[in-house]
Each structure stands twice: as C-alpha cells, then as structure tokens.
Design a protein around this ligand. Structure first.
Ligand SMILES: Nc1nc2c(c(=O)[nH]1)N[C@H]1C(S)=C(S)[C@@H](COP(=O)(O)O)O[C@H]1N2
Ligand SMILES: [Mo]
Length: 333
C-alpha cells in the first residue's frame, strides 16, 4: 500500500546519543539529536509528496508540504526521548534531547476534516517498512488516543530547531506527540487514519510494550504500551570520573523532565538526599537543576539525582528505564 521509497541507509539506523555529561546545551543541536530508524532512512522528495488524512472523518483529504506550511505555524520546545531498545525493556538508555519543533497543530487539521463520532484513536503510517527483529512489517505504524491529541501540543512537524526536518528526523513531515516516548512520533508521514480501536501492527502490539515499575501492590505488572514518558533526570556535571578538590565548591547540575513537569529534584553526594533548585519549565522543555556541594574529605563519591513530577511520581532506584542516574567522582586532597 505504501508507495515505493528509497532507503539510505537500508536497515536499522541509529545516531548514538550524547552521554549525559555531554548534554551541556539547553537546546540540543540537531547534529547531536539521537536518531532512530528501524528500517533505514527514507529519502523523500518534496515534489510529489503528500500525506493523507482519512478514516472516520467527514472530509478526507491530502496535504502537500506547502499546504501544511499555509496553516498557522506552532513552535514548541519539548524534551524528546527514545525509550531505548524495545528488545531490552528495563535497561536505562538515556537517549534524551531537548528540541524546538515547528509545524501545524494536529487539532487544526482534525477540526477541518471533521472527526466522526466513534473515532477514538489516530493511526499514523510512515513511508518506511521492512524487517525488524525477524518480523516483516509493511509500514511503521503507531497509534495515539484522540484524547491525547485533544489535550493539545500534538503537531504535524516540518521543522526541527528552526530548519526543515532532515531526512533522518522525518522529512518532509512527522508526527510529534510531546511527552510520549519518541517511538510514537512517526517520521516520514504518509497517512493518518482515524479509527475506533488501536492499530494492530508489530510496533503497537509486539514491540514497545513494557511492564511499568513494580509496586508493593502489583509486584509483576502486565506490559503496557510505551506511551507517556516516565519522570527522569541525569547528572550533567560533574562528569563520570571527574576529580574535585576537598573544600572547593562544586556545582552539581543536570536536567530533569516529566510530562507533568518536575516538582522536585534531590541530589545525593554519598550521604542521603538534599533538595536541588529546579528552574521553572518553559513549554514542555526539560528543567535544569543545581546544587552547590563542598566535599569535606578526600575519597570516592557517587553523585546521583532523582526527580519527582507534579503528580508525585518519582524514579525507581533500580531495574527501570528511568532508574536513578549516578556518576562516580573522586575527591582529592
Ligand atoms: N516512520 C518511522 N517513524 C519513527 C521511527 C521509525 O523507525 N520509522 N522510529 C521511532 C523511534 S523508536 C524514535 S525514538 C523516534 C526518533 O526520532 P528522531 O530520530 O527524530 O530522534 O522516531 C520514531 N518514529
Ligand atoms: Mo526509540
């Protein structure tokens, strides 16, 4: 069903993310934003490209890139995170960036198309397909609840950090579901279908389903779709292996992010947890935290951080994607 498309390269393509201590820029430069493409990178020409909005809508239609640019342009700064390898749930990946998207609010397109009663999910198709983890797949398809689209900030984006999308990031246009893991933000958009149920493809039902962290009430929870991003934080400075002098003042800082916004971040320098100051959130961006530390005595110290979001949910200490991040630091005399 998808038109033929040239993939270059062909096969799983990843741009390795920056390490946490390299995340020094508030907005991640495009060349450093992690890339994940399961089947390769489609090379799509603007001429001849369009995407179709169809299914449970009164007025199905297609849009060229120029037509998309003709709608009011929305700009949105948001953290953008790949959950990690779907074959290794529970392993922290820390593929995180903070970017500025530009595009059209999807609600504008849906309002114009007229959503039929009964529609509850939006299925998005990429132009890419192929084989991933021994499963053949005609097209990369993901779904999102319409209620998430209705709550706002879901874009059909054609810009990243003020420039047209690069091929790797989804040129000509992609979905952006901010606050949800990157896998849901379908690149190289080809088709959107309004439906009354979830999409049943390998990327909605097989891959990208993970159990949430166990709780005392539910020690072995069932897998659920990888949708909303869990609260997380990383130490940017000091870097792992850094040497700091006893008695000097050390600026411990990093980034914390959660769809609901971050309420508190605590930092540990080896003996309990202390509150860090957290900057107020701009749009859906990650938030900087910092704490001054004056190490008293020489020795090996583990510097760690943990965030709690505005609904009171925090980070597990172990065995979770968003487990607490820590770095070893040497305090010298
Ligand atoms: N069509 C399509 N969209 C896709 C993917 C893909 O393989 N094909 N990968 C997803 C995954 S797993 C992630 S993390 C994000 C990454 O977006 P980025 O490469 O722009 O950072 O794209 C998502 N959208
Ligand atoms: Mo991903």
């Amino acid at each position: 069903m998808s038109p033929r498309v040239v993939l270059d390269p062909v096969g799983l393509f990843r741009r390795v993310p920056l390490q946490p201590h390299q995340l020094t820029e508030p907005v991640t430069p495009t060349a450093d934003v992690p890339v994940l493409a399961h089947f390769g990178v489609p090379r799509v020409a603007e001429a001849g490209w369009s995407f179709e909005l169809t299914g449970l809508v009164r007025r199905p239609r297609t849009y060229s890139l120029d037509e998309l640019r003709g709608y009011p342009r929305r700009e949105l700064m948001a953290f953008h995170q790949c959950v990690g390898n779907p074959l290794t749930p529970g392993a922290p990946a820390r593929r995180i960036s903070n970017v500025v998207w530009g595009g059209v609010d999807l609600r504008t397109l849906l309002d114009e198309a007229g959503v039929e009663p009964g529609a509850s999910f939006l299925w998005s198709y990429g132009l890419d397909g192929g084989r991933f983890a021994d499963v053949d797949c005609e097209a990369f398809v993901k779904d999102v609840r319409l209620s998430r689209v209705d709550s706002g900030d879901v874009l059909v984006a054609y810009e990243l950090n003020g420039e047209p999308l690069t091929a790797q990031h989804g040129f000509p246009a992609r979905l952006v579901v901010p606050g949800w893991y990157g896998t849901n933000s379908v690149k190289w958009l080809h088709r959107m279908v309004l439906a009354d149920r979830r999409a049943d493809g390998p990327f909605t039902t097989t891959f990208y389903n993970e159990p949430p962290p166990p709780t005392p009430e539910d020690p072995s929870p069932a897998p659920r779709p990888v949708w909303e991003i869990a609260p997380e934080s990383v130490v940017v400075s000091p870097a792992p292996g850094a040497r700091v002098r006893a008695g000097d003042e050390v600026d411990v800082w990093g980034w914390a992010w959660a769809p609901a916004g971050v309420r508190t971040v605590e930092v540990s320098v080896g003996n309990g947890w202390s509150p860090a100051t957290v900057e107020t959130r701009e749009q859906l961006a990650w938030q900087r935290f910092r704490m001054r530390w004056r190490p008293a005595a020489p020795g090996e110290v583990t510097v760690a951080c943990r965030a709690v979001d505005n609904t009171g949910v925090g980070q597990p200490s172990v065995t979770a994607r968003n487990q607490v991040h820590s770095v070893p630091v040497t305090v010298t005399a």
